[in-house]
Design a protein around this ligand. Sequence first.
Ligand code: S3P
Length: 177
Amino acid sequence: MKIILTGFMGSGKSTIAERLSNMLDIKNIEMDDLVLVKSERKSINEIFEKDGEECFRKLEAKVAAELSNREDVIVATGGGVGTNQDLLKVLGGVSIYLEVDFEEIEKRLKNDQNRPLFKDIKEAEKLYKERKLLYKKNADHIISTNGKSVDEIVQEIIKKLFFMCEGGRCGGCSGCH
Ligand code: S3P
């Protein structure tokens, strides 16, 4: 099984990937970590500053290609990946969009210095609005995470992946509602 977690910066992809990885005993991969290794820079910020976003996106696409044949992994994508249908196709697997309100993201990231695209709140909000529909459109499943604990979110994902019934006949699975 290959699970691809998508969503905006601060939506909890890495945290959820880690928890899922422990629960399902499947390896967890951070796409940004692999991009960083390829870049030979010290941080994602430094890639954006010295090489530019275009270079970052090229490295991201290379990483996606390298992950295309991997099975039995949970991939925590960078926030741009879920907006790019082509990259998701290359990655394969089942994609899950972690949906969260911007207000919540703002609370989580307002003091964050590590995200080049979250330096200006207004710009970040604009990006969020531009991307929201794309994340939804491109994902196999959408999980609304507002006000939910990590455990609740992980349980919902597991239900969606393993207990989906057909056409709502079970009366109890999360996929029917
Ligand atoms: C990006 C999100 C970041 C990182 C890069 C670009 C984006 O990852 O890949 O700064 O385009 O939204 P996180 O979503 O883990 O912050």
